[in-house]
Design a binder for this molecule. Sequence first.
Ligand code: HEC
Length: 184
Amino acid sequence: MKKTVMMSLLVGASLFATDYSKVITHPDASAMIQKDLLAPAKVYTMPAGCITTDPAAIARGKYIFNNLNGKKAKKNPPKGLSRKQMKPGKTYLPGQKIPYKQYGNCVACHNIEGARGAGNVGPDLSHYKENFIDSGARDNYFVFQKIADARIDNPTTHMTINLTTKLFTPREVCDIASYIVSPK
Ligand code: HEC
C-alpha cells in the first residue's frame, strides 16, 4: 500500500515537473505588426489605356468615388462592379459569406459635380478638367499616381492609399482617374 502511494506521488510530481514551455507556441508579435503596417510609398507606371473616355469606365469610377461600400450603396453598381466581392487569394467554401465590396468614398473628403454630402478635407475636384488638366497644372499621370499612392505627392497625406494597399485594382484606379479628368 505504502509503495503504491509513493509511486503515484512520484508519477504525479514528475508530471508537474514536465517543462511545457516548449509545447506552447510563441507567435512573433513583431512579424504580425509588420504585416499590418502600411507598405512603403510606391511610384507606379500608368497601364496602357488607363485614362479613357469609355462611358462604362467613367460610370464605374463615379460610383466608386461616391460610395462607401456595397452594403451602403443606394443605387445598383454599374456594369463591371459588384456589391459583394471575394477577397483575392481567399478560398470560399460553399455557403460562406462573401464580403461587401469596399468603394472609395472619396466624397467624404472631396467635392465634385453632383456630389451629395461632400466633405472639404481635400481640395474641391469640381471642374477638374478645365481647372487642372486643360490649364496644364496637372496631368492624367498625376491623378493616377495620387489615387494609387498619394504619399509620393505628399508624404504626410491624409488621403487613403488605394493601390499599394490593394484596395483597388489598377483598372479601378484608372476608372476613378478617368472619371475625375472627364468633361462633366
Ligand atoms: C480622408 C480624406 C480624403 C479621402 C478619403 C480622399 N482624399 Fe483625395 N485628397 C485629400 C487631401 C487632404 C488632398 C490634398 C493633398 C494631400 O494632402 O495629399 C487630396 C488630394 C487629392 C487629389 C489631388 C488634387 C490636386 O490636383 O491637387 C486627387 C486627384 C484626389 N485627392 C482624389 C481622391 C480620390 C479619387 C479619392 C477616393 C479614392 C480620394 N481622393 C479620397 C483627402 C482625401
